[in-house]
Design a protein around this ligand. Structure first.
Ligand SMILES: C[S@@+](CC[C@H](N)C(=O)[O-])C[C@H]1O[C@@H](n2cnc3c(N)ncnc32)[C@H](O)[C@@H]1O
Length: 337
C-alpha cells in the first residue's frame, strides 16, 4: 500500500480561515514563548527545535503545500504538541494573523536568494519586511537568518538601517541539518553566513484588518451570455514601498464559470493579485427564492477578505449584470460573510 504523505492534519493551522488575531494560547492550550520559522522546507529544523525546547511553542509558515505535507509528516511522526504549521505566504500571514509583540524569536534557514532581484520583489528580508517582523516580535526579540549566498547576505545587511534591529554577523559551519544545508555541503560549501538580530526599537505596524464585503443582487442572470471579467486597478497607495516594486497594481482575472441550471447556482473562479498577496477563490452567483441572484465570495471558500477580493466581486457582478436578459439591475448589499 502507498504510504500517505502526512500522518494527520492535526498540526495544520488552516489559513486564512483561522480567527484573527492568532490566539496562540488557545491553539497550544497554554501560555508559552512563541517562536516562528519562515520557510521550514521539509521541517527537520522545526521538529528538532520543538523537541529540544518543549517549554516553547513553534509556528512555521511554508509557502508550498508539497513541503507542508513533509513537515506534517515529521511533526506527526514525532508526536510534537508544541508546533503548528501554516501553508501560506509569510508577508500576509504576519500582516493579518500574527499580533504585534507576540513572537519571541524568528528563524529563517537558507531562504531563496533570488539572484539578480536587488529590488527585492521576491526576496525575503527587504526593509519593509524587516519592519513587519520587528513589529511582531516582543521587545528584545531575536531573528536568526542563515544563508549560503554572500550577495544576498550583503543585500540583507543593507536593508537593516531604520528597521529597529541591532545586527551581528557570523561565519558558521553546517550546524542546522536541513535539506538545503545538505545540498550546499554536497556541492562543496563548508562555511555559511549567519545574521543575528535583536529588536532594539519597536516598529508600530498594527494588524491589517480584513475588509467587510459588499455583495450584489441582480435582477436576473444568463450564464450563456456571461463573459469572464478581467480588471486591473493601479496605484493602491496602501504601501508606497511595495507599490514602488509591484507598481501597486491589483489585477482580478476570471478563469471559469461553473453553472448548475437546476439549482440556479453559479461559481466563478477568480485569481486576485494585489500588492504582497495573490489568491485564487470562487465567487458565487446564487439564485434566491425571489428569482434574483446574489453575487458574493462563495461560502466555505475561506479567502482573505481584501480590497482585491471586493474588486473581484464587483467585477463578477458587473459581468453577470451585463449578462441579464431584459436589462440589468445591480443593487449593493452588505455581505453575510
Ligand atoms: C531554499 S528553501 C529552504 C528550506 C529549509 N529552510 C532548508 O533549509 O532546507 C526556502 C523555503 O522557503 C519557502 N518560502 C519561500 N518564500 C516564502 C514565503 N514568502 N513564505 C513562506 N515560505 C516561503 C520555500 O517554499 C522553501 O521551502
Amino acid at each position: 500500500m502507498r504510504e500517505p504523505f502526512y500522518r494527520s492534519l492535526e498540526h495544520l493551522l488552516p489559513w486564512p480561515a483561522t480567527a484573527k488575531p492568532l490566539d496562540a494560547a488557545g491553539v497550544f492550550g497554554r501560555h508559552a514563548p512563541l517562536e516562528l520559522e519562515i520557510g521550514p522546507g521539509n521541517g527537520e529544523y522545526l521538529a528538532a527545535m520543538a523537541a529540544e525546547r518543549s517549554a516553547h511553542d513553534f509556528l512555521a509558515v511554508e509557502l508550498l503545500w508539497g513541503r507542508v505535507k513533509k513537515c506534517l509528516r515529521k511533526l506527526g511522526g514525532a508526536r510534537l504538541t508544541n508546533a503548528r504549521l501554516v501553508c501560506g505566504n509569510i508577508g500576509p500571514v504576519l500582516a493579518y494573523l500574527v499580533p504585534p509583540r507576540s513572537l519571541h524569536a524568528v528563524h529563517t534557514l537558507f531562504p531563496c536568494p533570488w539572484p539578480g532581484d536587488a529590488a527585492g520583489a521576491h526576496r525575503l528580508y527587504r526593509a519593509d519586511f524587516l519592519r513587519l517582523v520587528n513589529s511582531r516580535l516582543v521587545d528584545g526579540g531575536r531573528v536568526t537568518l542563515v544563508t549560503d549566498n554572500r550577495p544576498y547576505f550583503d543585500w540583507v545587511l543593507e536593508q537593516l538601517p531604520g528597521t529597529g534591529f541591532d545586527g551581528r554577523t557570523h561565519a558558521v559551519g553546517a550546524d542546522y541539518g536541513t535539506k538545503f544545508e545538505r545540498k550546499w555541503v554536497g556541492g562543496g560549501q563548508e562555511r555559511f553566513h549567519r545574521l543575528d538580530l535583536v529588536k532594539t526599537e519597536h516598529q508600530d505596524l498594527p494588524l491589517s484588518p480584513e475588509v467587510p464585503m459588499r455583495s450584489h443582487v441582480l435582477s436576473g442572470f444568463d450564464p450563456g451570455a456571461f463573459q469572464l471579467p478581467h480588471r486591473v486597478l493601479s496605484g493602491s497607495g496602501a504601501d508606497p514601498e511595495i507599490d514602488a516594486v509591484t507598481g501597486g497594481v491589483t489585477r482580478v482575472v476570471g478563469r471559469e464559470l461553473l453553472y448548475d441550471p437546476a439549482r440556479r447556482q453559479g461559481l466563478v473562479r477568480m485569481v486576485v493579485v494585489e500588492p504582497g498577496l495573490s489568491q485564487e477563490l470562487w465567487i458565487e452567483i446564487a439564485g434566491m427564492a425571489d428569482g434574483r441572484f446574489r453575487v458574493a465570495p462563495a461560502r466555505a471558500c475561506h479567502a482573505l477578505l481584501t480590497d482585491g477580493v471586493q474588486l473581484a466581486v464587483d467585477a463578477v457582478a458587473q459581468a453577470a449584470g451585463l449578462a441579464v436578459v431584459g436589462g440589468a439591475q445591480v443593487d449593493e448589499v452588505p455581505s453575510v460573510l
